[in-house]
Design a protein around this ligand. Structure first.
Ligand SMILES: Nc1ncnc2c1ncn2[C@@H]1O[C@H](COP(=O)(O)OP(=O)(O)OP(=O)(O)O)[C@@H](O)[C@H]1O
Ligand SMILES: [Mg+2]
Length: 318
């Protein structure tokens, strides 16, 4: 077992401590690799689909290393000045372009304190901003206009996250930037772990509901009409809605209609609407998982609208 020299104890102990502090389910291997990568002084890029736990993992590691953390949330309007730093006009008027007038951005601050620059959604930054990172990452320096070269203190590291290339609204990283990161891919967790995530994040105990919402979400990832399925966030959302709505078939449908459509992407050639697809998934999942019994169907219920009758039939199925 390897020692976490700077922090005391083994890497395994460190992983256990990180999991306990941040309520992380599973992910021992990924946490171990991310920690070893940071201890080796290498910059880490955590890549995976939406909602797979990239931010949770990255922030937990950064927090454990106990260094100052500076966060950037990548989007295409983020500028080079915002990342590096800028001059405060009133102070420039008084003192000129001196260090006193320079307001450090997250990159300069992380370099100056030997801290961690945590970049969420790295590939949403435009190319000009990405390029500013290049000399910082391998030479530990940046050029600041009117100030000159700024050197990074010992300990400066970047931990970045991004969605894979095929996701919308992301561009790819330049070869030069990719070459400066070690890659940690994250994939969806096992069903058992996903259930535990729902249980801890939604703070509910009802196992039938946890099982059902987790299965519904996992089915969206394999349904032939869906190109991109939903993340565990959808399951947590549904579980919380159901804690207010009850757990009849109708409630599951209302919750799923609210939690799923914006989180999945249908295939271009899909012949069904997203609501038809959700209904199909509900039929499949809720047939296997017992849900709340309806009131007995009375003879005169023939007068009920057909939609309601169909719904009740589904509800009594186990
Ligand atoms: N292993 C895990 N243990 C506990 N909670 C988790 C785990 N993985 C994900 N979560 C929970 O799932 C949700 C999504 O996680 P997170 O925000 O880290 O995903 P992400 O990959 O950064 O998503 P995005 O691509 O949208 O930025 C959060 O509420 C988080 O707490
Ligand atoms: Mg994130």
């Amino acid at each position: 077992m390897r020692e976490t020299a700077a922090l005391g104890g083994t890497v395994e102990q460190a992983v256990d401590a990180i999991k306990a502090k941040n309520g992380i389910v599973g992910r021992e291997k990924e946490l171990r690799l991310a920690l070893l990568c940071s201890m080796a002084g290498r910059h880490t890029l955590i890549e995976g689909p939406v909602g797979v736990g990239k931010t949770v993992l990255a922030t937990a590691i950064a927090d454990y290393l106990n260094r100052p953390i500076f966060r950037v949330d990548g989007d295409e309007r983020y500028t080079e000045q915002k990342l590096t730093g800028w001059f405060d006009p009133p102070i420039v008027m008084k003192k000129g372009y001196t260090m006193d007038a320079f307001i450090s951005g997250p990159l300069a601050s992380a370099m100056d304190t030997g801290g961690i620059l945590f970049i969420n959604e790295l590939n949403r930054l435009n190319e000009g901003v990405q390029n500013v990172l290049l000399p910082a990452m391998d030479e530990g320096k940046i050029e600041v206009p009117r100030i000159g070269t700024m050197m990074a203190k010992e300990g400066f590291l970047i931990i970045a996250t991004q969605n894979p290339r095929e996701f919308v609204a992301t561009s790819s990283l330049s070869e030069a930037l990719s070459d400066r990161f070690e890659l940690l891919p994250l994939t969806y967790q096992s069903e058992e772990e996903e259930r535990l995530i729902v249980e801890t994040r939604a703070r509910i105990k009802e196992q039938r509901v946890i099982r059902a919402v987790t299965s519904i979400v996992r089915e969206t990832r394999v349904h032939p009409s869906i190109r991109r399925g939903a993340s565990i966030r959808a399951a947590t959302g549904m579980a919380l809605l159901l804690s207010r709505m009850g757990t009849s078939f109708a409630a599951f449908r209302e919750a799923a209609y609210m939690s799923i459509p914006t989180r999945v992407e249908l295939r271009e050639d899909a012949k069904k609407s997203v609501y038809d697809v959700i209904d199909e998934i509900l039929e499949k999942v809720l047939t296997d998982i017992p849900i709340e019994q309806p009131a007995p169907v009375r003879a005169e219920s023939n007068a009920e609208p057909p939609e309601k009758k169909a719904e009740e039939k589904k509800t009594i199925r186990k």
